[in-house]
Design a protein around this ligand. Structure first.
Ligand code: NOJ
Ligand code: CA
Length: 684
């Protein structure tokens, strides 16, 4: 039987930049239950103690169960499990409401409004743990706090017992975890009862329409969480295995990442939630005006088409001459950056999953970095650096400081990194001085990505990670972590084996994009990959992706000659910004369609991106987000009347202008596999 549970209201004071914190205690009728409601009383969370002292929690939404009683606890490798024999010692409830400003993002101001319940528990052998719940109207985050252990001994976490039991029959959109291609699988749709081992974010829709997205926030010095379906609709946190022992080893007092559930009436509501960002620590870097949201072009698509190569030889892309062409094009068309891959020695051998020959401290003989940096500078264009590690983290860490120095010396202020290797095959340096293999989302991997971000910040360099660990909102704390991949990008359309499915964007908006920016590399107006193989999109959809798939750094990924071939469509790519004052999801269904409107950070213009799957649709878009009383010119880039992604008509694009006001509703006519992009500029 659980011991006596003291319920106390403590006066808690803490400091926030804006807003207020008040405190209250929750009155406990039952010593084995502690309950807290969200500020608007939409959600309610209870922690329950069973007669044998097992801990669980449950979540109700508007009085209806969303998460049925789900276990809490740990299996440890270093001592007996923290699984039962617990008693609630006390709980403290505090309120928090403030608004903070993002240096860059989907919206400038973010409201952080929650009620927190901290529950302290003690096991019958004397060991203690706290579980902290933050309950928002649009979701719940909770994490465990471990106190410093006796004699400061380390905690070896073998497994979490944390569970998520979905209360009603549900459909899931998910991606397998622990597999060869890491985060680069198509999103699958299945009954939740058929999910295996899933990565997060995972989105589910219950039969009453309520949507839940499972994820985590502030993944620092801990293994990434996969979700394993135990039985029925019961999911359990599964920590990414370590090659060297328990998945997580920590000493001193520490907290786990937040386990998060965004909960909304519909898919749009999930995307509108800022819960994951709110659960991260504020900016630790201070002034980050050196982090520049912007568009870029690159010596890149050629390599994926195999018309150029990363390796030395007649097809080498990274030459001084070819890069100058891209710098000139960028200068002429308003792009801040030019990415150059293959600029350094190491690409001639079999680099993927190897990386041992990569040298990040010098250029290949045909690429004059200082000269190109100077050439760009005269034209207002910045070279974007590239570090492809082939997953050889041990090798990369040895060169990291010298590599950053070289770029910093040449005025390179952002770097794309890459870790092309199979799942579980990244190479780490062990404490014994020997190489071992492991997952990039293991605790070791998480530490490595973090190290790169922190070291790059010292040189005022922003990082865009490819083959990354999943995003858990750390951009709030480290705003130089400007973007990442971690999804099937447009490169799959170049390889064509097979290209991305026609519903890909409608899927990732409401799954992968809930975690943060994606360096998707949109804008392939030529609509074909290697060997001229067409892929599943109309031209209008390529434009819509610039608004829909958020990233503060966006690559217009096609070749110069293709942009020159389609000047009308290219105009939208020139105009669209990458940093936003505000974002509204107009509507959407996971995997079917989505429409997002965003307001430019630097002007009064709005931009809209809308996409559909393989089905044609006509969607009503009320313009009520526009300022009342103003007239706007709507520059509309829509699928032509005959457009269809399955034929040559995928190039059919109509560009129109008309005047609109906030009282108007536009009809978005989307072709099969199509989309629409709109720029709305106030009339002077
Ligand atoms: C995979 C990345 O996603 C891609 O953008 C890059 O070109 C290659 N790796 C080579 O680094
Ligand atoms: Ca990739």
């Amino acid at each position: 039987m659980a011991q006596k549970f003291m319920s106390i209201g403590l006066a808690v004071r803490c400091c926030v930049a804006l807003g207020m914190v008040v405190s209250s205690g929750s009155a406990l009728a039952d010593p084995n239950v502690a309950t807290v409601e969200s500020p608007g009383k939409v959600l309610s969370v209870s922690v329950l103690v069973a007669p044998d002292g097992r801990l669980s929690y449950k979540i109700d939404r508007k009085g209806e169960p969303v998460i049925a009683p789900s276990r809490l606890g740990f299996v440890l490798a270093s001592e007996k499990p923290l699984d039962s024999g617990f008693a609630l010692e006390r709980n403290v409830v505090t309120d928090h409401d403030d608004t903070w400003e993002q240096p860059w993002g989907e919206r400038r101001y973010v409201r952080n409004h929650y009620r927190q319940m901290r529950v302290d528990v003690k096991k019958n052998d004397g060991r203690r743990l706290a579980i902290v719940f933050r309950v928002f109207d649009d979701g719940v985050g909770f994490r465990y706090e471990f106190p410093k252990q006796a004699n400061n001994r380390a905690v070896h976490i073998a497994d979490e017992l944390t569970e998520f039991v979905v209360a009603r029959p549900a459909t899931a959109w998910w991606q397998q975890a622990g597999e060869v291609w890491a985060l680069e699988y198509p999103i699958q749709k299945s009954p939740l009862r058929e999910v295996g081992m899933a990565n997060t974010p995972m989105t589910v829709k219950m039969d009453n329409g309520t949507h839940i997205a499972f994820h985590e926030a502030a993944l620092v010095d801990y293994a990434s969480m996969w979700l394993r379906r135990v039985e029925g609709q019961r999911l359990r946190a599964h920590l990414t295995p370590s090659a060297t022992g328990a998945p997580v080893v920590r000493s001193g007092a520490f907290t786990t990442p937040w386990r998060t559930m965004q909960i909304a009436d519909n898919a749009a509501g999930l995307y509108m939630s800022d819960l994951v960002l709110n659960l991260n620590e504020p900016n630790k870097l201070g002034d980050v005006s050196w982090v520049k949201p912007s568009k870029y072009v690159g010596v890149w698509w050629d390599m994926h088409l195999e018309t150029k190569s990363w390796a030395n030889g007649p097809k080498l892309g990274a030459t001084t001459e070819y890069t100058k062409r891209y710098i000139d094009f960028a200068a002429k068309n308003g792009f801040r950056g030019v990415l150059v891959e293959g600029w350094n020695p190491g690409w001639d051998s079999d680099w993927a999953g190897n990386g041992a020959d990569m040298d990040f401290t010098k250029s290949n003989p045909r690429f004059d970095l200082p000269a190109l940096a100077a050439y760009g500078k005269e034209r207002g264009v910045h070279i974007i650096g590239h570090h492809e590690t082939g997953g050889n983290i041990a090798h990369y860490e040895k060169q990291l400081d010298a590599a950053l120095k070289l770029y910093a010396r040449n005025g390179v202020d952002s770097i794309k990194t890459g870790y092309v290797t199979d799942g579980g095959a990244a190479q780490f340096m062990g404490k014994n001085g020997k190489i071992h293999f492991g997952y990039t989302d293991s605790q070791e991997g998480v530490r490595h990505y973090q190290k790169v971000i922190e070291e790059a910040a010292r040189y005022k360099i922003a990082i865009n990670t490819h083959e990354p660990v999943k995003d858990t909102g750390l951009r709030r704390t480290y705003p130089n972590w400007i973007s990442r991949e971690g999804a099937r990008g447009v490169e799959y359309n170049a390889w064509g084996e097979p290209p991305n499915t026609v519903d890909h964007e409608a899927n990732i908006v409401f799954t992968r994009m809930l975690s943060g920016p994606l360096d998707y590399t949109p804008g392939i107006l030529s609509l074909e990959g290697k060997g001229k193989k067409p892929f599943n999109s109309t031209q209008a959809k390529q434009l819509a992706n610039f608004v829909l798939i958020y990233s503060p750094v966006v690559m217009a990924a096609d070749l110069i000659e293709h942009y020159e071939r389609y000047p009308a469509a290219f105009k939208f790519i020139q105009d669209v910004p990458t940093d936003w004052q505000d974002t509204r999801v107009i509507h959407g269904e996971v995997g079917e369609y989505a429409t997002i409107a965003r307001k430019d950070r630097k002007s009064d213009a709005w931009y809209v991106g809308s996409v559909t799957d393989g089905n044609a649709r006509t969607l009503d878009m009320p313009l009520s987000f526009l300022d009342q009383g103003k007239t706007y010119v709507a520059e509309i880039y829509r699928d032509g009347d005959d457009a269809d992604y399955r034929s040559e008509k995928r190039f059919s694009l109509a560009v129109e202008k008309r005047n609109v006001t906030s009282g108007d509703t536009l009809k978005l006519k989307l072709a099969p596999g199509g989309g629409q992009a709109i720029r709305l500029v106030p009339v002077k």
